[in-house]
Ligand binder design. Structure first.
Ligand SMILES: C[S@@+](CC[C@H](N)C(=O)[O-])C[C@H]1O[C@@H](n2cnc3c(N)ncnc32)[C@H](O)[C@@H]1O
Length: 274
């Protein structure tokens, strides 16, 4: 989720240590979102660029739908290794192992830039300039996240108590599903950070749109603990503290039947280079 600026570098580079868990436990993005992005971008024969590709949770469905080249930028070699494996069926995908801030488009100008659950890790002072420079005129920007809200208020309160005891804030179960409201980008963890707020006053971008796709799903305890282990906030805890937090979270889940019912929100921001 968006972090207060500047970016916490230690947290932004922690994912490689949990790359396989990340790949197994994290949710992907729905086909409807991919279709909405590609419909908006109307790429034609222009290539696409993704930054913060991770293990390919968004890359794979985009690669499957795209016929033009897709370049993925991912700074962590261990995440990139899983990404390489996951995208091996797609020869039009190339992987650049570097931070987005070091990526140079050369002579290529892209018809689409997208980033899934990663925009908040890029240098806030440079990221719009980098996107603008990489895009062809009329090229599309698509930024999206997939936060969850807990559907059971009793379980939400029990998990909040665990978080309070351990001094944790902003965990994936910090919000009730009902607190998300109906406006894309307006969930509590994103308030004040939705990219539209930057773009509204930036004449380099136009045709701003915000969309939401929702799905209800359940985690069992083991899957939810793996999901938490892939979150930077948990991955950066001292090991003994992480073990205790996960044990207490598991106990709260077990006391509520061993399942966590959530609504997942896929919030998508679209804009176009003028
Ligand atoms: C939460 S993961 C999202 C991965 C993937 N896009 C997904 O949706 O599952 C954030 C990813 O951004 C990468 N990242 C962090 N800082 C970055 C930067 N400055 N430039 C590019 N990627 C970065 C991390 O290594 C990590 O793979």
């Amino acid at each position: 989720m968006p972090s207060p600026q500047p970016v916490d570098m230690a947290r932004s580079r922690v994912f490689g240590g949990v790359a396989e868990t990340y790949d197994a436990a994290r949710a992907g993005y729905p086909d409807a979102l991919v279709s909405a992005v590609l419909g908006y971008a109307a790429l034609g024969d222009r290539p696409a660029l993704e930054a913060g590709a991770g293990t390919g949770k968004a890359t794979v469905p985009f690669a499957a739908a795209l016929t033009t080249p897709l370049t993925c930028v991912e700074p962590d070699a261990r995440m990139a290794e899983v990404l390489r494996r996951n995208t091996s069926p797609y020869p039009h995908v190339t992987i650049d192992v570097s931070p987005f801030e070091d990526f140079r488009p050369g002579d290529t100008r892209y018809g689409l830039f997208f980033s899934a659950t990663a925009w908040h890790w890029f240098d806030p002072d440079r990221r719009w300039d980098l996107v603008h420079d990489a895009l062809a005129p009329g090229g599309a920007v698509a930024l999206f996240w997939n936060p969850v809200g807990v559907r059971d208020p009793g379980l939400h309160a029990a998990l909040a108590e665990v978080d309070r005891r351990h001094g944790l804030t902003g965990t994936p179960h910090a919000e009730l599903a009902s607190s998300y409201g109906d406006t894309p980008g307006q969930w509590p963890g994103m308030l004040g950070h939705w990219p539209a707020l930057d773009c509204e006053h930036d004449a380099r971008f136009t045709d701003l749109r915000s969309l939401r796709f929702r799905e209800d799903t359940d985690y069992d305890t083991a899957h939810y603990l793996d999901y938490l282990s892939s979150i930077s906030r948990y991955a950066t805890l001292p090991p003994h503290h992480r073990t205790q937090v996960l044990a207490d979270t598991a106990a709260a889940l077990t006391a509520h039947g061993g399942r966590l019912p959530v609504t997942r929100h896929h919030d998508l921001f679209l804009a176009r280079r003028t």
